[in-house]
Every structure is written in structure tokens, then in C-alpha cells.
Ligand binder design. Structure first.
Ligand code: NCD
Length: 318
């Protein structure tokens, strides 16, 4: 694997290899001294053109716990705010001799485009409404641990409902790709205005009725309503959204005991998820955050761990 751009590029074996590696990394994470020498002398740059709390800090911790040097560059405060192009920015950073570029960008396809311009390994940390592959991997890691605790870690036949603003969600797209590759049955639940066009060709079931889906799931993944990507009225009022598609206290009470709740964060409490649900025993939100560091350690290790010093082919073998 030279770059990680899309969950859709990962085979079952590649996915399971990363998840297994992340299990080993999670052991390091639980030690008092969280440091492996593996990536000593390697440099990782987090290049974030969009806001982020958990993705950026977990990539930073992941790199540091593997002993890589990590720097963060955000659009605000960099030459991007002086009008520098994406190409000039990534080539400038690449020219310093970095080994991996972790990119978040508001344009779908920006990380793929970047691979044509740099020598470094490129990791997509979220591009527009396209993909967020490490999020899908950490979600799968969290679900797999849950399934394992119930006696069968396989995804085959497991039912995952992804609920909410599917239209604007790169998390949903990456999860559909990864979960269906692993054999899970995915149902997308949203109001019609928040179902993306073309969704009928995706390998999923569709529902406009959350209540009808609740008693047929193993995992309920709630998505943030991405108001910053919305131009018009996608739903009449926040209250109506919550009544139709929010994980309210009443809906929480109806979930089977084996069901867990995921949310990629940041959460709009009171809109797509109630505080009762977010803080309930069924919630795996903080486990997802912990998994984020372990999975990103696994990804950086996969990309950089076996590198020969002579590997300098720009854009090759993606
Ligand atoms: C997501 C993102 O940025 O795509 N957040 C995250 O990475 N944890 C989802 C979101 O912003 O709603």
C-alpha cells in the first residue's frame, strides 16, 4: 500500500491486516509509556484545510507514539491564506523531504490529485463529501471489538444502520465501502432530502423511517447534520429533524441490549443524538476516539514501516 485514499480501495485482507495491527497498537496505547521506535527518523505532516479536533490530534499522537517527527500545518496561518494553490503548498512541504502527508481538504479528490505532485505517501483524512477512510477503519475496529465481545467478530450478516445527513457525509461513503467489503448489511436512513443522488446504485438498503429500522440493527451509526455544507433548507426545523431522525431518549429505550451506538463526532447533542443516547452504556463514541489513535498508528506503520530509503517514485503504484 503506497497511499490510503479511499476505503473502497481496501480488500478484505488489507482491511483485516490494518485492524489486527491496530489491536497491537492499542496495547501500546494502554501502557504508561506509549512509545515504539518504529518510525524514528520519519516525518509526518498533517495538512488540514478544514477544521478538526479528533482526526488531527489522533494522527499527531499516532505519529509521535511511533517516534516519527510530526508537524501540523493548517490552512489558517499558512500561506494558503495568502492565496497559495494546493499544488504549491503540497510541493513546498514535500520538497522539505517529508515521508507522509496527511491531508484534509474541502474538495473531494484533493488527496488523490496530490499523489501526482509529491513523493510522500498520502493519507486522506477527509476530502469534501467523498471519503474518510481512517474513520471507517476506526469504526470497523470499534464494531469488531463489540462483535467479538458477543462471541463472533465476523461482520458477515451483521446489520449496521447509518442514520442522518448521508448527502454530505464522507464518513457514510467510506463506511458503506468498508462495511460491505467486510460482509455487513448496511441500511442508510435519512429524510429524502439528505439521501444523495445515485444512492440507489450503492450496495445498501434505503429507509426513510428510522423507527422501522431500530429493531433490526446491531449497530446504529448516527451522523452529524453538516450545516456548514448546506446551502438551503434540507429539513423544515431542527425540531422536526430530531422527531423524524434523531436518536431520542424514546428511541434509545427501544434498542435491543446487544445494540451499540456510534457517532464519528463532533456531535450536535439535542439534534441528531440526545444527551441520554450519547452518554448511555450503549454509546461507543469515546471508544471510537481511542480506536482512532490505534488505527492511525496501524496505517502509518503500514505505509512507512517497510519503506526502503530508495523509494522515491512520485505518484507510482497507487
Ligand atoms: C467527520 C468528518 O470530518 O468528516 N468527523 C470526524 O472526522 N470525526 C464527520 C463530521 O464532521 O461530521
Amino acid at each position: 500500500m503506497r497511499h490510503l485514499l479511499s476505503a473502497a480501495d481496501l480488500s478484505v485482507d488489507e482491511t483485516l491486516a490494518i485492524l489486527d495491527l491496530a489491536e497491537e497498537m492499542a496495547q501500546v496505547q494502554s501502557r504508561p509509556v506509549k512509545k515504539l521506535p518504529t518510525l524514528r527518523g520519519r516525518t509526518v505532516v498533517n495538512l488540514f484545510f478544514e477544521d478538526s479536533t479528533r482526526t488531527r490530534s489522533s494522527f499527531e499522537l499516532a505519529g509521535k507514539w511511533l517516534s516519527a517527527d510530526v508537524i501540523n500545518v493548517s490552512a489558517k496561518g499558512s500561506s494558503v491564506s495568502k492565496g497559495e494553490s494546493l499544488r504549491d503548498t503540497v510541493q513546498t512541504i514535500d520538497a522539505m523531504g517529508v515521508d507522509a502527508l496527511v491531508i484534509r481538504h474541502q474538495a473531494s479528490g484533493a488527496p488523490l490529485q496530490t499523489t501526482d505532485w509529491v513523493r510522500a505517501h498520502v493519507v486522506n483524512a477527509g476530502d469534501g463529501t467523498h471519503e474518510h477512510p481512517t474513520q471507517a477503519l476506526l469504526d470497523a475496529f470499534t464494531m469488531r471489538r463489540h462483535f467479538r465481545s458477543l462471541g463472533d467478530e465476523s461482520f458477515v450478516g451483521k446489520r449496521v444502520a447509518i442514520v442522518g445527513d448521508i448527502t454530505h457525509s464522507r464518513v457514510a461513503r467510506s463506511n458503506v465501502a468498508l462495511l460491505t467489503t467486510l460482509g455487513a448489511e448496511v441500511t442508510l436512513v435519512a429524510p429524502p432530502t439528505l439521501m444523495p443522488s445515485g444512492v440507489s446504485s450503492w450496495p445498501v438498503e434505503l429507509s426513510y423511517d428510522l423507527d422501522a429500522v431500530l429493531d433490526r440493527v446491531d449497530v446504529l451509526m448516527m451522523l452529524r447534520v453538516q450545516r456548514e455544507r448546506m446551502s438551503g433548507g434540507y429539513f423544515p426545523t431542527p425540531r422536526e429533524y430530531t422527531v423524524g431522525h434523531g436518536l431520542t431518549r424514546d428511541r434509545l429505550a427501544r434498542l435491543g441490549e446487544h445494540v451499540v451506538i456510534c457517532h464519528p463526532g463532533p456531535m450536535n447533542r439535542g439534534l441528531e443524538i440526545s444527551a441520554d443516547a450519547a452518554d448511555s452504556a450503549a454509546s461507543r463514541v469515546l471508544e471510537q476516539v481511542s480506536a482512532g489513535v490505534a488505527v492511525r498508528m496501524g496505517v502509518l506503520y503500514q505505509l512507512l514501516g517497510g519503506d526502503a530509503d530508495t523509494d522515491t517514485t512520485a505518484g507510482a503504484d497507487r
